[in-house]
Design a protein around this ligand. Structure first.
Ligand SMILES: C[S@@+](CC[C@H](N)C(=O)[O-])C[C@H]1O[C@@H](n2cnc3c(N)ncnc32)[C@H](O)[C@@H]1O
Length: 236
């Protein structure tokens, strides 16, 4: 499906999100807060649009996806980015090899999101960061109703005109409705071994950005530095 939509993926994205994707991506980039010298994995990176801000800021980013069609479009557009073919549920990377791992609008598409969250934990360095951007559940009931109407009624005809595979956008609407809300996803992330899980709503909850960190090994957690960190966290 993603191979089919690849050629027009970014244009259709901008159209269907009414240009909001750019703002959402900036929030994700700020949440990752990577510094030059650090290594970031952008998982389910598609055509690499979600990986671009890191490359533009001089941060080493690996864009990984299992759709060769998406990767091809990305590599043509941004030959400077390192695109790697890989499955989120069996990542082709060593343990503890990234300072931060991020996934934008991808976790919902992975067949086993828990397995992907565990794999992301495995490849992240202890103390490293996870940032997940995903469609979520608008908090205001009126806004939620309007949004669901848009998803189910307005989006498919627009996609029929603009996309090379309109059925993919019927899947998009249905998968968004079936996806867990903000609190539920936060629980999943915690269950899969991440700590300090928190989230921020964007566009009234149409999108949520979840953040979490990989726990430090038990020995490091009982050291004096960690005691100070814990005391600081407790003090807010
Ligand atoms: C909606 S696109 C998001 C692309 C990009 N992150 C963005 O923000 O534009 C979702 C991507 O998830 C990828 N994907 C789905 N399941 C995957 C898996 N198991 N492993 C790797 N990539 C996967 C698809 O190939 C697709 O490129």
């Amino acid at each position: 499906m993603f191979d089919d939509v690849a050629p027009r993926y970014d244009v259709v994205n901008d159209l269907l999100s009414l240009g909001q994707t750019r703002r959402w991506r900036k929030v994700v980039f700020d949440a990752v807060a990577a510094k030059p010298g650090q290594r970031v994995l952008d998982l389910a990176a598609g055509t690499g649009t979600s990986a671009e801000p890191y490359a533009d800021a001089g941060i080493e980013v690996v864009a990984c996806d299992f759709s060769l069609g998406m990767l091809r479009v990305g590599k043509r557009r941004r030959p400077d980015i390192d695109f790697i073919a890989g499955d989120a549920t069996r990542l082709p990377f060593a343990d503890n090899s990234f300072d931060a791992v991020t996934i934008s609008f991808g976790l919902r598409n992975v067949s086993d999101p828990h397995r992907a969250l565990q794999e992301m934990l495995r490849v992240t360095k202890p103390g490293g960061k996870l940032v997940v951007a995903e469609f979520s559940s608008p908090v205001n009931p009126l806004w939620r109703t309007m949004y669901i109407e848009y998803l189910m009624r307005a989006l498919p005809p627009i996609a029929r005109k603009a996309s090379s595979n309109p059925d993919a956008y019927v899947y998009l609407a249905e998968s968004i409705r079936a996806w867990p809300d903000q609190d539920h996803l936060a629980e999943w992330i915690g269950e899969d071994g991440w700590e300090n899980v928190e989230y921020r709503n964007l566009s009234g909850g149409i999108v949520a950005v979840h953040r979490a960190t990989k726990p430090l090994p038990a020995a490091a957690q009982s050291g004096p530095v960690e005691k100070i960190r814990r005391a600081r966290r407790a003090a807010g």
